[in-house]
Design a protein around this ligand. Structure first.
Ligand SMILES: CC(C)(COP(=O)(O)OP(=O)(O)OC[C@H]1O[C@@H](n2cnc3c(N)ncnc32)[C@H](O)[C@@H]1OP(=O)(O)O)[C@@H](O)C(=O)NCCC(=O)NCCS
Length: 200
């Protein structure tokens, strides 16, 4: 299989790290975890990280497909930042994809597929940085030959995950509808949406 890249080859090559520190209080702290892409060689580490930090598990083949998928983005936070890449540890991850409208390819919603931060890094704005980085990556999917406007971000989260619900509410999402017995264990999910400003 060809080496997987975070950003679809058809799109502009993104920076390998995300210049987002200046967007939150952690900016001035150059010890803050560094946001990077997730090459396919990191899929086993990604799987292990998710197994420790999310209640649902993912197979390596699913994650590999996600890493390789067109219009999908995985952003990883690594610590310590100075050694991002080899030697650093994964301390957070977000994944999402662009879902283009069936009747207008130039409009899309961004689906947040998973988000997790390691226990000892929570409550410091890391999830907020990851969410901002994903939104920025999804917006950056537009090219001159294949323009796209991101109209909203959507996600499903377990309806009893109070901390995640509070996090998303604080970050501009509102409850859209409860998806009854959505998960395999028959748990309910909340469908949440964050509308985005669309240029006219
Ligand atoms: C939900 C989850 C991703 C939130 O991650 P997080 O990194 O703790 O989130 P943030 O730090 O960005 O925001 C949480 C709190 O930190 C505060 N915060 C934000 N920026 C901050 C900063 N720069 N410095 C200090 N605190 C900050 C937020 O205001 C928020 O405060 P609150 O506790 O009063 O609500 C994390 O709890 C998690 O991984 N949970 C397990 C997996 C999960 O449930 N994922 C969601 C399912 S999709």
């Amino acid at each position: 299989m060809a080496a997987a890249v975070l950003f679809p080859a058809s799109l502009h090559a993104p920076p390998s790290t995300f210049p987002l520190r200046q967007r939150c209080n952690l900016d001035d702290d150059n010890r803050a975890p560094q946001l990077t892409s997730c090459p396919s060689r990191d899929v086993p580490a990604l799987r292990s990280f998710l197994a420790h930090n999310l209640p649902v598990s993912y197979t390596e083949s699913f994650l590999l497909q996600l890493v390789c998928a067109r219009d999908a983005y995985i952003i990883v936070a690594r610590d310590p930042p100075a050694a991002a890449g080899s030697g650093s540890t994964m301390v957070g991850v977000i994944a999402g994809k662009l879902a283009r409208s069936a009747n207008n390819r130039a409009r899309a919603q961004g689906q947040v597929m998973l988000l997790a931060v390691a226990e000892q890094h929570r409550g410091r704005g890391l999830a907020q940085r990851l969410l901002a980085a994903l939104e920025s990556a999804l917006r950056g999917a537009a090219t001159l030959s294949d323009p796209v406007v991101l109209t909203s971000l959507v996600l499903q989260v377990a309806a009893d995950n109070a901390r995640a619900l509070a996090f998303y509410h604080k970050n501009g999402f509102t409850d859209e509808r409860c998806l009854v017995r959505y998960y395999r264990d028959a748990g309910d999910a909340m469908l949440m949406r964050k509308p985005l400003l669309v240029p006219v």
